[in-house]
Ligand binder design. Structure first.
Ligand code: SF4
Length: 471
């Protein structure tokens, strides 16, 4: 595996009146599909009666017209697309996670990763909880349920639970009478809300999903904030705001998020273009054309071209129809597999000195294959520019980098990597450029731990994706 995977996407709606909320969530999840393709699900509340459907596969595959109709109308709904970072890819870990208890029902969707999942689960199991999944989202559900039984309101239960939860969590919780959005106090993962012309409130991981359902962006949920939506309107509880350093994942801007999203005040597209500007300033080169590796290299390639004056060219065509069911040709013919997914445009690169812009190098194998594709069609020089610094450390906040062993930069110098991938020159975004990516538009305080090793919470090496499978 030589690509990083998005973690998850969450979406929710609190409607002003009973309507086809499942369909709205379906469109919202389509817009968030890039954040996870392993499984998806939608839960609907119809005046407190919950219906749910979740399964392995993408939104279009799981939600056929009949299935969508069976989930049906209601006044609230939540949905999820998953790439698991705690727990396996099986259907038992698909979300929403439903809990019914003495004080009502709750459906939970989660993007992120708890860093204290193992100790919380141990404590809950010793107290008699029985787990049906191996994901940390079920732990969150049980912690909130435990508090809900002890206190008077759902808001109070959520606020009290936040004291126990450590790490990355952007949550949408659907209760019998309200929807609650929560962002951890560091704000690792994005979460925002908007409103449509019918007065329905919509919450989503990224603003592109609000646009997809014709909702107007209102604002981001703040790090540490709890926002409740119900028939009475919107209420904010800022119980943990400002109680921890802000640590929005900088890699959301570089790679995960859709370029048409605006996160914490900064356009993802603009941040990527800035990365291209910085690479052009820090690693100038004489070349004939700048090309970007789809999808996230394109915006930065445009930025490199702007800042360098070298023309931008369409370097690759990506086959958009390859899904998770694609049968790989196998280890012996991996080059073929890359060619099926990505093809170089001969007219753009043949006989030219090419600046090739990509978002990251994980193991280095995919980058090497892309370079050989471009050489095969006649590029005379290939100068690789990477819009992230070298990956040196694992991520504990919801991205599947769980071992240094898999990271080429943790074992090799930049010059060694250049030789391994077969480039004529190689330049990574300088680490000190990271906070500048969002310019004055963004919030201040980012996580960049996979690059600099500075984690904003305590972490532990027991935080592997399969931690609960082993048990
Ligand atoms: Fe994002 Fe890296 Fe921090 Fe993980 S460690 S949250 S990928 S910046």
């Amino acid at each position: 595996m030589d690509e990083l995977h998005e973690e998850c996407g969450v979406f929710g709606i609190c409607a002003a009146a009973k309507t086809d909320v499942a369909r709205t969530v379906y469109y919202g999840l389509f817009a968030l599909q890039h954040r996870g393709q392993e499984s998806c699900g939608i839960a609907v509340s119809d005046a407190g009666h919950f219906r749910i459907h979740k399964a392995l596969g993408t939104v279009g595959k799981v939600f056929t017209p009949d299935v969508l109709a069976s989930v049906g109308e209601g006044d609230m709904a939540v949905g999820h697309v998953r790439y698991g970072t705690t727990g396996n890819s099986g259907s038992e870990n698909a979300q929403p996670i439903m809990v019914s208890h003495i004080a009502g029902n709750m459906a939970t969707v989660h993007n992120g990763n708890l860093v204290n999942a193992a100790s919380l689960r141990r404590e809950l199991e010793l107290g008699g909880s029985i787990f049906h999944t191996t994901s940390d989202t079920e732990i969150i559900s049980y912690i909130i349920t435990r508090e809900r039984i002890k206190c008077d309101s759902t808001e109070e239960a959520v606020v009290r639970s936040m004291d126990a939860l450590e790490g990355a969590y952007a949550l949408i919780l659907m209760f019998d009478d309200k929807l609650i959005a929560v962002r951890d106090k560091n704000g690792f993962r994005p979460l925002c809300y908007g409103k449509n012309r019918h007065g329905d409130y919509v919450v989503a991981s990224e603003s592109c999903a609000l646009s997809a359902v014709d909702a107007e962006f209102v604002r981001d949920i703040l790090p540490g904030e709890v926002v409740a939506f119900d028939k009475g309107g919107v209420r904010s509880i800022r119980s943990q705001c400002g109680k921890a350093p802000e640590a929005m994942c900088i890699f959301e801007y570089i790679y995960f998020a859709r370029p048409d999203s605006v996160i914490d005040g900064c356009s993802v597209h603009r941040a990527r273009r800035r990365a291209g500007h910085f690479l052009a300033q820090d690693y100038p080169v004489d070349a004939d054309v700048v090309v970007g590796v789809p999808d996230s290299g394109i915006d930065a390639a445009l930025g490199y071209a702007e800042a360098s004056g070298i023309p931008y060219g369409l370097g690759f065509i990506k086959n958009k129809y390859i899904g998770r069911t694609f049968i790989s040709p196998g280890q012996s013919s991996r080059e073929n597999s890359v060619k099926i997914k990505l093809n170089a445009v001969t007219d753009t690169v043949a006989g030219k000195r090419v600046v090739l812009v990509d978002d990251s190098i994980v193991r280095g194998t995919t980058c090497a294959r892309i370079i050989s594709l471009v050489r095969e069609v006649g590029a005379t020089e290939i100068h690789v520019r990477i819009t992230a610094p070298p990956f040196l450390n694992p991520c504990y906040y919801g991205v599947d980098i769980d071992s240094r062993d898999a990271l080429i930069a943790s074992h090799h110098s930049v010059e060694e990597i250049r030789k391994i991938i077969g480039a004529d020159s190689l330049g990574y975004l300088r680490r000190e450029r990271l906070p500048e990516l969002t310019g004055a538009d963004g919030r201040h305080g980012y996580c960049q731990a996979c690059f600099d090793g500075i984690y904003k919470t305590r972490v532990s090496d027991e935080l592997k994706r399969d931690v609960f499978e082993k048990e």
